[in-house]
Ligand binder design. Structure first.
Ligand SMILES: NC(=O)c1ccc[n+]([C@@H]2O[C@H](COP(=O)([O-])OP(=O)(O)OC[C@H]3O[C@@H](n4cnc5c(N)ncnc54)[C@H](OP(=O)(O)O)[C@@H]3O)[C@@H](O)[C@H]2O)c1
Length: 302
């Protein structure tokens, strides 16, 4: 009898995300086993328990997924999991806490597509504002933009929190890069005139940019909003918008809404899960690979 495909799904929280369970099953993982309230120092034991219970052929039919809510913790767990492998007993690992890695990857890749299609340019050298960027989606969007050569400001209600998060993102995710800053929302009027790209990554159902503020951004090219719950996170960007002009933008900026981002996110997430199921050589996947998958999907639609 062929061994089933087992995905060991680790989370620091009390539940797995049902979204992640569905995605895993739909990508062909037959058993999606939850491990909840997992702490960093328990990862090695769990991973080694998983790898040593099957022979080298059977071990190819299992992998680890790391969820939870905390991006930094998930990346640390991914590293521990990778270091816990004992060749030839090795399995693939994907980290995507809160869906943040695949969501941020999809949003940034879609913005890059619009910069290219409508403005014949890229992220390099651009000024990016990430509204309510202190959560996991905003943090990862910041690092992807910064790695692509943009200057990024993470905005939030408290300047100290935004600065703290920006420091972590620069040092931990960005491995020492320095082009991400943190600012309080009260600084928005001074920052808007220079912004080329704006992302809204706030908690659901909160408007972060009004129509008047869109009108006060004369260099704005692309804006994207991940929040699907009304009101719009950025006024004038419908959840279905996929490169539509934003009414009232003096620079002809285009908008990308949550459902358009969600479609790319779905594709990237599905492909990462499928890659782990089909690969012969173990793969270790986080936001960088999610970004590659999102870019690949976008390219395939051209
Ligand atoms: N489209 C998709 O496919 C998709 C997929 C996954 C997630 N999402 C959406 O992505 C968004 C971001 O997710 P996340 O997990 O990163 O978010 P989060 O951690 O829940 O929130 C992000 C930030 O929002 C700010 N915030 C919270 N409550 C607020 C309030 N009442 N007023 C103003 N700001 C507030 C906070 O920043 P400060 O405290 O610093 O102000 C917080 O750090 C959510 O809307 C989620 O639903 C979309």
């Amino acid at each position: 009898m062929e061994k089933p495909y087992i995905l060991h799904m680790l989370s620091t929280e009390k539940n797995l995300s049902p979204f992640d369970v569905n995605m895993a099953q739909d990508a062909g993982w037959q058993v999606t086993m939850p491990y909840l309230h997992v702490k960093e120092d328990e990862v090695q034991g769990l991973v080694q328990d998983a790898i040593f219970s099957r022979g080298p052929a059977g071990v190819k039919r299992e992998a680890v997924f790391i969820g939870g809510r905390d991006a930094e913790c998930a990346v640390k767990m991914l590293k521990i999991a990778k270091e816990s492998m004992v060749p030839p007993f090795e399995i693939s690992v994907l980290a995507d806490p809160s869906g943040a890695f695949t969501t941020a990857a999809a949003m940034v890749a879609a913005a890059e597509r619009e910069l290219d299609n409508k403005f014949d340019t890229g992220l390099s050298g651009k000024v990016v504002l990430i509204l309510a960027g202190t959560g996991p989606v905003g943090q990862i969007a910041a690092v992807l933009c910064a790695k692509a050569g943009a200057t990024v400001t993470i905005m939030g209600r408290q300047k100290e929190k935004s600065e703290r998060v920006a420091k972590i993102v620069n040092e931990f995710f960005g491995e020492g890069q320095t082009n991400i800053a943190g600012e309080g929302n009260d600084k928005l009027p001074q920052l808007l005139p220079e912004a080329d790209v704006i992302f809204a990554t706030g908690a659901a159902g909160i408007q972060l940019l009004t129509a008047e503020q869109v009108a006060a951004a004369p260099k704005l090219k692309v804006a994207a909003d991940v929040n699907a719950v009304p009101p719009e996170g950025i006024a004038g960007i419908d959840a279905m918008a996929d490169g539509a002009p934003i009414a009232g933008s003096p620079s002809g900026a285009v908008g990308i809404g949550a459902l358009a981002i969600g479609n790319i996110k779905y594709q990237a997430h599905h492909r990462l899960l499928k890659l782990m199921r089909e690969t012969d050589k173990p793969v270790y996947l986080h936001f960088d690979q999610a970004f590659e998958m999102a870019r690949e999907f976008i390219k395939s639609k051209k």
